[in-house]
Design a protein around this ligand. Sequence first.
Ligand code: SF4
Ligand code: MG
Length: 290
Amino acid sequence: MTKVQHSAQDFASNQTVRWCPGCGDYAVLKSLQKVLAQTGIPREQIVVVSGIGCAGRMPYYLSTYGIHGLHGRAVAIATGLKRTRPELSVWVVTGDGDSLSIGANHLLHGLRRNIDINILCLNNRVYGLTKGQYSPTSVPGQVTPTSPAGVQDQPVDPIRFALTAGASFVARGLDVDAPRLESLLLAAQQHRGAAFIEIWQNCPVFNDGAFEAVRDKQSREQHLRWLADSDFDPTQASIIPAMAMAESVSPEQPIPFGLFRQVTMATAEIKLKTPPTLRDILTMGSTWHV
Ligand code: SF4
Ligand code: MG
């Protein structure tokens, strides 16, 4: 592919951005525009696929191809697209509700198949678009309209979900920590296989302050542990050290961010030179007339 020179501005679309003022999605959009420009991939070779939710609006704001799909189905759509058009750079932008509730099965299988796509899961621990119900990542005790006495369920940890699904690239970033987030986005693009990045994203309307300790610039370095600066090795074959690292999130310890896992694994791709037509498939094996 011939690389092209783009600026971040070239990736801004002509659409009015309709997120609430102060939403963490703005910061993610900005970082994504910057990184897409850095990759040198022509805009017409990039497709951003989303499901439903506030994060699902991302494709409108990028001057690439985009698909605003059905709730939870972004990974399924991206899987079909990448398998039939492997030359494209395919990105999924999803949220915690979209990808870890209704879409959890697609996420699981997209990761284990190691489809060569980049999945950004904007985790604000709440359903924002539908006005603040608790989501699969909401924390115990979180009061919302659907959990008036506080959430009682154990939350899904997106990092451990991705690790147990067998993902070959698993990372955590933070909406407002642009330099580190951008380094992860770039690494995801360069990784061959499914790259999963959980992005902690503040929803100032329905779950404000969920990530305050690390979002606040004054206290960030005290509460955040950037894995690349530690002796943690994300390239280990076993997922156990990465699982233990993901589990170490607690108020007493710095929260791990960065790359939990990056290993080389075969990616699912169509290897036949001449794939069968739909008619071939429908008539293969035993068929009969009634
Ligand atoms: Fe952002 Fe929350 Fe508003 Fe959605 S509801 S746009 S996540 S601030
Ligand atoms: Mg959400």
